[in-house]
Design a protein around this ligand. Structure first.
Ligand code: ADP
Ligand code: 5GP
Length: 192
């Protein structure tokens, strides 16, 4: 891997409930040269989530301090009162390990990173076959309150309108097929 290569990154984005985390987990098992970029966020951990593994869970005050320190490659208030951000230090640390960051972020954040990293960034938008199916998946996942579920569905409708801003769109209907298609896109991007 040469120096230019080591600055490639893969950005996966999707409305919440589309199956992004499921596909990201599949990719991490199949590519040893990808490393999950752990974002900072100010929401509370869900059952089973670990600090430093799923997110760096920090207070809003600490998050705002990091904004002042210019520590983020991008950040967003993704949901009311809830900040999420990609730490520059996280990307650099992954590149220093000669791996490619796999960044799982919202649509606005993904567009911002793409604008900055341009052809060094591969952007993939994952979508559920329909909003109804997305709602079913979120309900079945059982992680949301009715309020946060409605918030996510309303945001999903808006995010879908940006799908054509990304390098590729994958429809996650059949999960195995969506995983295979995503895997192929990443393989050819890395080999380029
Ligand atoms: P996201 O990270 O985009 O919010 P998840 O990966 O958590 O979404 O997926 C949302 C829910 O849908 C999970 O319970 C997951 O197991 C399920 N799921 C993912 N892909 C599919 C699929 N192709 N068909 C049916 N259910 C799926
Ligand atoms: P969740 O609360 O379900 O873990 O994530 C909510 C949304 O925030 C998801 O769409 C996720 O991709 C996005 N997200 C996670 N980390 C970041 C980040 O660092 N920056 C941005 N902009 N969005 C993020």
């Amino acid at each position: 891997m040469d120096a230019g290569d080591s600055h490639k990154l893969i950005i996966i984005t999707a409305p919440s409930g589309s199956g992004k985390s499921t596909i990201v987990n599949f990719l991490l098992q199949h590519f040893t040269n990808l490393k999950f970029s752990v974002s900072a966020c100010t929401r509370l951990p869900r059952a089973g989530e670990m600090n430093g593994v799923n997110y760096h869970f920090i207070s809003a005050q600490d998050f705002e301090m990091k904004i002042q320190e210019d520590a983020f490659a991008e950040y967003e208030m993704v949901y009311p009162g809830k900040y999420y951000g990609t730490l520059k230090s996280e990307l650099v640390s992954i590149w220093n390990q000669e791996k490619y960051p796999l960044v799982d972020i919202d649509v606005q954040g993904a567009m911002r990173l793409k604008k900055y990293y341009q052809e060094n960034a591969l952007t993939i938008f994952i979508k559920a076959p329909s909003i109804e199916e997305l709602e079913n998946r979120l309900r079945k996942r059982g992680t949301e309150t009715e309020e946060s579920l409605l918030e996510r569905i309303s945001k999903a409708t808006e995010e879908l309108s940006f799908s054509n801003h990304f390098d590729h769109i994958i429809v996650n209907d059949n999960l195995a097929l969506a995983c295979e298609q995503t895997q192929q896109l990443i393989t050819s991007f890395i080999q380029k």
